[in-house]
Design a protein around this ligand. Structure first.
Ligand SMILES: *[C@@H]1O[C@H](CO)[C@@H](O)[C@H](O)[C@H]1NC(C)=O
Ligand SMILES: *[C@@H]1O[C@H](CO)[C@@H](O)[C@H](O)[C@H]1NC(C)=O
Ligand SMILES: *[C@@H]1O[C@H](CO)[C@@H](O)[C@H](O)[C@H]1NC(C)=O
Ligand SMILES: *[C@@H]1O[C@H](CO)[C@@H](O)[C@H](O)[C@H]1NC(C)=O
Ligand SMILES: *[C@@H]1O[C@H](CO)[C@@H](O)[C@H](O)[C@H]1NC(C)=O
Ligand SMILES: *[C@@H]1O[C@H](CO)[C@@H](O)[C@H](O)[C@H]1NC(C)=O
Ligand SMILES: *[C@@H]1O[C@H](CO)[C@@H](O)[C@H](O)[C@H]1NC(C)=O
Ligand SMILES: *[C@@H]1O[C@H](CO)[C@@H](O)[C@H](O)[C@H]1NC(C)=O
Length: 574
């Protein structure tokens, strides 16, 4: 307890006022949303007293790899990336076969029960299997996450609920009609450790608004509470709750439903939904949800769905009241504490990586599906302090014949700031026509923009290209071969709606090749990455290596309301 908190508690006592919050979090503090910025949708979070009073959150990764990031915090505002649930292809090899960017691991539920962390999920689009449970006894260690224990689920957004009776319930969204997209929430029980499950039965449609999804069950004050996402993940997204004396219903709906939504608001924070609720050490309730910083116009939102936090008031036996999501909020946060194990980084940290010999790639560096690991090498002989990429046959676009298992050479980090500058240096001498390497702002195979060096029929060019509807025209400019020794790239989100892509000889002035409207990268369900790539553009695997150095990502502002920003990396004001 800080001296300040002591003083406040003492003075409240002296005045004879009831302290509205149990010690030690009597003081409200300002914080900013999103708490986990960038592409981190469908958050599921828990508080684990036994792990030094730490909060853990899991979020969706779709086909980005490693999959299902786990973030940890002790104060709810400083979040460190501590592991990924899937970091080894062998945990579920079928994940590497998924083509569609809208498939993959989404909407995990994380729970802690008697010393074990459980993540239940469905790898959507997996040809066979791909639904079930991963466990760990150490959430700070990638290698401690188990292989997938297959559990028959039959839908998506699975929940996991350990009932006091010992029964393990799961509820999931089940698609019952494709067009119009229609679901219901169904329930089954799971036996552990076998993974055997009972047949599903109908559980709830929530308030009836389609599609009901993202169920989470809680037990409190003699009731089972069923929290749902409804209305779809876009502007109609909403959170509803119902309760029952039995985990299988029938359900009494909260008359205040939807209890959380941004529908009909002008807030920058739209699409609020897919919530999870948890308590801190002092007994305060909190909730997380996903939200898109798009405003109601819903045109420019390249970071897609991010994780937001709001205080919850949930008096005994009553319905919970969830505070509307805003950019600037206040609540009884735990005291600032950034003492989290692991190599990180914290989500608000900038990047400055020089790839020294013997170093490994930072935890938040991300591939698209499983990488061909030999195509990424830190500080190869004769090229200290570089990351060497070997070109893949596929370019960023992945044409029809693309085999997802072939891998494409791309590595990036999530865009986590409304405004940022990403810079990287490259040394690359493309020997063969078609070979290309450079920097990209990448949403998915159908949506990206890049600036690179490319060999076109024997001559070396700088080239800007973008893929997607209304993509700006390609710009190509021959460059002297001497530039190949040192080129610098810069990708900058210089305002709320536009990126600039620039390049030039290292140490010289960079020329802006194009400005890209970020609506190009605003599409469900993934978010933008800034990163690098190397390809032969369909001329076979391998070829001239590209050496990248001085990877810098610096946030320069977070939009928190229409036209209002707070500084990136400033962190919370705790
Ligand atoms: C991936 O797909 C290929 C081709 O359809 C198939 O041969 C292979 O067994 C699949 N691998 C997994 C792990 O599902
Ligand atoms: C739930 O909704 C689905 C789709 O609209 C419908 O087919 C089903 O009858 C509903 N179930 C109940 C019990 O209302
Ligand atoms: C949004 O506004 C419409 C039109 O006024 C209304 O019908 C609807 O109930 C509102 N939705 C919510 C969740 O407030
Ligand atoms: C602290 O914040 C909570 C949640 O926002 C609010 O309900 C409560 O009234 C605030 N308490 C004080 C003492 O300001
Ligand atoms: C190379 O030249 C050939 C013949 O002029 C042309 O068809 C082809 O498109 C050129 N390739 C590139 C990459 O410019
Ligand atoms: C961002 O800059 C572009 C190009 O200069 C401009 O067209 C656009 O209106 C600007 N957007 C905002 C939100 O100011
Ligand atoms: C950006 O793209 C959106 C969607 O196509 C469009 O409405 C908007 O006018 C564009 N902005 C600029 C400055 O071109
Ligand atoms: C990307 O690769 C495909 C073949 O895999 C090729 O048809 C296409 O032209 C390439 N794109 C560019 C810009 O070279």
């Amino acid at each position: 307890m800080s001296l300040k908190t002591l003083a406040i508690t003492a003075s409240l006592g002296a005045l004879g006022l009831a302290n509205p919050f149990p010690s030690p979090y009597a003081k409200n503090t300002t914080y900013y949303n999103p708490i986990i910025p960038g592409f981190h949708p469908d958050p599921s979070c828990i508080f684990v007293k036994e792990w030094d009073n730490t909060f853990f959150c899991a979020s969706s990764s779709f086909i980005a790899f490693p999959g299902m990031p786990i973030h940890a915090s002790k104060d709810l505002v400083n979040w460190k990336l501590v592991s990924h649930v899937q970091s080894r292809p062998s945990q579920f090899p079928g994940a590497g076969n998924i083509t569609r960017a809208g498939g993959g691991w989404y909407a995990p539920t994380i729970r802690y029960h008697q010393g074990t962390f459980y993540v239940i999920n469905v790898d959507v689009d997996a040809a066979t299997g791909g639904s079930g449970i991963f466990t760990t006894k150490n959430p700070y260690d990638n290698d401690a996450w188990s292989d997938l224990l297959e559990v028959e689920i039959g839908g998506y957004d699975p929940d996991l609920f350990f009932d006091k009776s010992g029964t393990i319930y799961s509820q999931a969204a089940i698609t019952i009609l494709g067009d119009p997209f229609t679901t219901d929430i169904e329930q089954f029980t799971i036996d552990l450790p076998s993974g055997n499950s009972t047949p599903r039965h109908f559980l709830s449609n929530g308030t009836g608004v389609q599609p009901p999804e993202g169920p989470h069950m809680y037990y409190k004050d003699g009731y089972y509470w069923l929290l749902l996402a409804q209305g779809g993940t876009a502007l109609d997204h909403q959170v509803t709750i119902s309760r029952s004396k039995s985990p299988s219903g029938p359900w009494e709906l909260d008359p205040s439903n939807p209890i959380l939504t941004a529908i009909n608001t002008t807030s920058l924070f739209q699409t609020v939904g897919h919530a999870d609720l948890f308590q801190d050490a002092a007994g305060n309730w909190w909730g997380v949800a996903l939200s898109t910083r798009s405003g109601p116009a819903y045109i420019n939102w390249p970071m897609n769905r991010e994780t937001v936090l709001y205080p919850v008031s949930w008096p005994t036996g009553q319905w919970p009241v969830l505070q509307p999501v805003r950019g600037k909020m206040s609540g009884p946060l735990p005291p600032r504490n950034i003492n989290i194990p692991g190599t990180g980084p914290f989500v608000k940290d900038p990047d400055h990586y020089t790839f020294p010999p013997g170093s490994s790639l930072p935890r938040h560096f991300t591939y698209w599906r499983f990488p061909k690991t030999q195509n990424y090498f830190v500080s190869p002989a004769g090229h200290s302090n570089t990351l060497r990429l070997i070109p893949s046959n596929s370019n960023l676009t992945e044409f029809d014949t693309f085999d997802p298992r072939a891998g494409k050479t791309f590595i990036g980090r999530r865009q986590t700031d409304t405004l940022f500058t990403y810079t990287i240096d490259m040394s690359f001498t493309p020997q063969h026509s078609g070979e290309e390497a450079g920097a990209t702002i990448y949403l998915r195979q159908e949506r990206h923009a890049e600036i690179g060096v490319v060999n076109l029929n024997g001559t070396t060019h700088l080239r800007f290209r973008a893929e997607g509807p209304d993509a700006p025209a390609t710009v190509t400019k021959p460059i002297p071969n001497s530039w190949c020794e040192g080129i610098s790239f810069e990708i900058k989100a210089f305002n709320f709606t536009h990126y600039s892509l620039s390049a030039g000889a290292r140490g010289g002035r960079l020329e802006t090749f194009a400005q890209v409207n970020n609506s190009l990268l605003s599409l469900e369900f993934t978010g933008a990455f800034a990163g690098i790539y190397a390809t032969t553009n369909g001329n076979g695997e391998g070829g001239s290596p590209a050496y990248f150095s001085n990877w810098v990502y610096q946030g320069q502002g977070q939009a928190i309301d229409d036209g209002q920003y707070y500084p990136s990396n400033k962190g919370p004001t705790v």
